[in-house]
Design a protein around this ligand. Sequence first.
Ligand code: PTJ
Length: 235
Amino acid sequence: MALPPKDHPRYKSLLAREKLVEASDVVAKQGLIAHGRGEAFDYLLGEQTCLPALSAIKAAASALIESKNPVISVNGNVVALASREIARLSEISGAKVEVNLFHRTPERIAGLTKMMKKVGVNALGEDADDKIPGLSSERAKCCSDGIGSADVVLVPLEDGDRCEALVNMGKKVITIDLNPLSRTAQTAHITIVDELTRCLPLLSDFIKEKKGFDSFDNKQCLSDVLNYMAERISS
Ligand code: PTJ
């Protein structure tokens, strides 16, 4: 991987791009477009975790602590950018990890499972024997001992249709999405509007310290994030 110079003011951002390009055999091409959209929204947040996101992270910590059968669903972007952070979260929360893709191919599932194995996680995903109702084709596939039987699902960077289908299955859905206006952000029960690699360590820390947050209103939280962005733009 071509490392950007460490003193570059946009080092973190350039490094993330390099990671996605480096993993281009397992990251969907559409994933690069999704990343660019995320970057644009992160500019509006000032590339920092805002207070409403912090309350969503605490609410997510509570949901994961209380969950009996939590699952973290990971896609190409998530594994390429944050496999280590996901491994730590899985260890601390006891959540299983399932590689579950929108643009599903056996090659990508195998490659991403291998990348998770390198960080010590035996991810589910290869033997998909269940389906998410209401979705067509390959994107419906999932594992019965993973997403199929989960009570709480953390799905970072998810497509709106699939997020809605998980909610309709009765799962408690937590997402991480820099776009507070996306259908996923609006449909999930808990939306963390923050950058993936920035919020995952905070989420793990809150679970470890058992710092949850009981009263949480997602609609209010999204509205607070939008106000925060608007104030930043107008000042
Ligand atoms: O690997 P696959 O086949 O499962 O496909 C993955 C993608 C991401 C291509 C697929 O899930 C997709 O098309 O997602 P969307 O509908 O583009 O939604 C992704 C959302 O994630 C967008 O709203 C982006 O703003 C947001 N996003 C992108 N990068 C980050 C992010 N949010 C947080 N942190 C990021 N690094």
